[in-house]
Design a protein around this ligand. Sequence first.
Ligand code: E4P
Length: 219
Amino acid sequence: MRIFLDTANIDQIREGARLGVVTGVTTNPTLVSKEGLKDYRAVVKEICSIIPGPVSAEVVVEGVPEMLAQAREIATWAPNVVVKIPSTADGLEVISTLAKEDIKVNMTLCFSVNQALLGALAGTTYVSPFVGRLDDVGHDGMQLVKEIVDVFRYYQLKTEVLAASIRHPLHCVAAAKAGAHIATVPFNVLMQMMRHPLTDVGIARFLSDWRRVQQQGGK
Ligand code: E4P
C-alpha cells in the first residue's frame, strides 16, 4: 500500500517528502481553505513541484460543462496533477469524457460499492472511499474499502482504491489488510504510524548503556 498525504499545508508536505515514503498528495476545498490560501493554482503547482507523484486537486463548481471546463484547466497546471470529481451522475459523465482525453481522475466522496464500480467503468484512475465519514455515521467504512477491492479484483478493473478520510493509525493497518492500493493520511497520522513508545524507551536505554560504558573507559 502506498502512502499519500492528505493536506494542503506546504510545510507538512515538505516534511513528508523528506521522509521518502510519501508518493502523492490529496487536497480538497476544505483543506485548501484551512491554509487561508488565495491562489489555488499556485498552491497546487507548488505541491506538484515538491511531490513528483499524483497530486489531487478538486473541482469547485457544479454542472457537467462547468466541471469539465474546470477539470481541463486544472489538468494543465502540472503533469502530475489529478482532478478530483465527486461521485455523482454528473461526475460520472465528466469522468467518462476526461478518461477519453487521458486526464487522470480521482473520484471522490465515494460511499458505496455501486459508486466505485460505475466510476471504474467510466475510467477513473482512483476511487476514494471515505472511511472516517462512514464510521462517523455508524457504518463500517473499512468494510466498504474491502468490498471495493474485492469487486475490482474479481473483474480485474485497473482503477486503484485510495482509502480516504483516514483518522488514525489503525485505519492505515486496516486499509493495508483490506488491500487498498493507497491510503491518504493526515500528517499527524503519518507521524503516529512511525511512533512506538517501546522504540523510544529502547533508544533511551541503548544510549544510556552506551554512555555508561564510555564513562567507564570503554572504546
Ligand atoms: C480525501 O481525498 C479527502 O481529502 C479526505 O481524506 C477527507 O477526509 P475527512 O473526512 O477527514 O475530511
